[in-house]
Design a protein around this ligand. Structure first.
Ligand code: HEM
Length: 443
């Protein structure tokens, strides 16, 4: 925002202050007109609520010149809003109601310049608020920041009428701008990376975001993201979400992501469909392309057979990883493979291979339903750092709504939609349309 715009927002807000009760009334009337479904989220006294909103807008407008002080306030406000049930998609409609309110309240004084200044101000604030609950906390003193191979994970959910994919949320780490650009988008079938995964009904590896059909290439580049993998998640025949995983290609982020596939009409083996090998070099890619796996053998074949995630913490040891020699040579030591959803009987497995200095995530967990049918039990729990919380959740109830990790895992299992509980994201694993497990990745 320019200093002129900040000045316009502050001076126009000063004119709203004397009529703030009416302004709040107009605002909520307009909001509920635009989005009747959010009415039920407001449980308290609306006059009181309106005052809180105007007070908060007052502090926010005063703080516009200093984003460093504003950010923590917005962060805490955003965290409370997750608890109120506010979703990223709601911010646009709240913004529209605010602009309409100012238009009504200020009349002729709401000039195009004032409008544009407010739109920029609200865009900045809502961008920070949407990114805030999904932001990685600053490492505490003494905690050396681990650089993870996966840098960003986002997810997209079908709109109410099923015609579009809307932004659902995600973990963006320090990629705030990328988060802000993403939350305003939606994708039709076949559009952009999420839309293509929806249309083709299978995972897609887009190795080079720049110069492709990827719609957020500039923001991705700024955030250092070079590769995106979109994984559609089907519950039965119905698409419940598309998860998109982003990696960056630099010296500090060593690792590989592979997509293995089997078409039962063509072969009984799984072969490499596509792969992103970052800085690990061509030799390993070459060997991978030349390898085929039977069901049950090698990392991809094991995940294909088990129909749930498989984790190999040390690829150099044991017979599980057939390409061990060449992997160890390029520094890859861990492997994590996930069977993916498809609709046409073909099978796909996504394999993450990582080096010790660049773990896939800070911590990987897999949760599976136990025999009782009422609980999810942790079958895999691994972190390169000393495993904190190792026994924090031995078993969790399948039905849960709490805004914590256990609630997010339970909701992901029930709905087929990823959920975040900062700094963790729970992603359902649903080969052949049936949710068999939830992987929880901590960043
Ligand atoms: C920049 C945008 C927003 C601002 C400045 C804002 C401000 C506030 C403030 C100050 C409160 C009082 C409670 C508290 O401080 O935690 C509040 C409560 C609330 N807000 Fe927002 N809000 C914003 C966006 C949204 C959005 C997008 C929604 C989604 C529908 C929403 C829904 C709610 C609800 C449901 C409550 C709680 C009401 C209750 O307790 O009954 N807000 N908001």
């Amino acid at each position: 925002m320019t200093p002129d715009q900040i000045q316009l927002v502050q001076s126009s807000f000063a004119k709203v202050v004397p009529i703030s009760d009416q302004a709040a009334e107009i605002f909520y009337a307009r909001l509920f007109e635009l989005a009747p479904d959010v009415r039920s989220l407001f449980k308290g006294d609306m006059v009181e609520q309106g005052r809180k909103l105007m007070t908060m807008l007052g502090s926010v407008t005063r703080g516009l010149g200093n984003l460093d002080t504003l950010a923590p306030v917005a962060q805490r406000l955003a965290e409370r809003h997750v608890g109120y049930g506010a979703r990223p998609a709601h911010y646009a409609v709240v913004g529209a109601a605010l602009i309409d309110t100012l238009d009504k309240g200020l009349g002729a004084e709401f000039t195009p310049d004032v409008r544009s200044a407010w739109e920029t101000a609200y865009g900045t604030l809502s961008g920070v608020m949407i990114a805030a609950p999904t932001r990685r906390p600053r490492p505490e003193a003494g905690d050396t920041a681990v650089k993870t191979f996966i840098r960003v994970i986002e997810y997209w959910v079908p709109s109410e009428d099923g015609s579009l994919l809307e932004f659902g949320g995600g973990l963006f780490g320090p990629a705030h701008r990328f988060a802000a650009v993403s939350q305003n988008l939606c994708f039709g079938r076949g559009e952009g990376l999420p839309g293509r995964a929806w249309e083709t009904g299978r995972p897609i590896v887009l190795k080079e975001l720049s110069g492709s059909y990827f719609r957020r290439a500039a923001a991705a580049k700024t955030a250092g993201l070079t590769c995106g993998i979109a994984v559609p998640i089907f519950k039965g025949e119905r698409l419940s979400s598309v998860a998109v995983i982003f990696c960056g290609d630099d010296e500090e982020h060593a690792g590989a992501i592979e997509l293995w596939g089997n078409d039962p009409e063509e072969s009984s083996d799984m072969t490499l469909v596509d792969g992103y090998y970052g800085t690990t070099g061509d030799t390993f890619e070459f060997i991978s392309r030349a390898t085929a796996f039977r069901r049950g053998t090698g990392l991809p074949g094991m995940a294909w057979d088990a129909q749930k995630p498989v984790f190999l913490p040390d690829l150099g040891k044991g017979a599980g990883f057939i390409r061990a020699d060449s992997a160890v040579k390029v520094g890859i030591n861990r492997g994590f493979a996930i069977p993916c959803s498809t609709l046409d009987g073909s099978s796909f497995v996504m394999a993450f291979l990582s080096a010790r200095a660049t773990p896939i995530a800070r911590r990987i967990e897999v949760w599976e339903p136990d025999a009782s049918g009422t609980h999810l039990r942790r079958s895999i729990g691994f972190s390169d750092a000393a495993a904190k919380n190792e026994d924090a959740f031995e078993a969790i109830a399948m039905v849960g709504n709490a805004p914590d990790a256990a609630g997010a895992i339970a909701r992901a299992f029930a709905s087929g939609v990823p959920f975040t509980a900062e700094p963790m994201i729970a992603i359902p694993v649903a080969p052949q349309g049936r949710i068999t497990a939830v992987m929880a990745l901590h960043f």
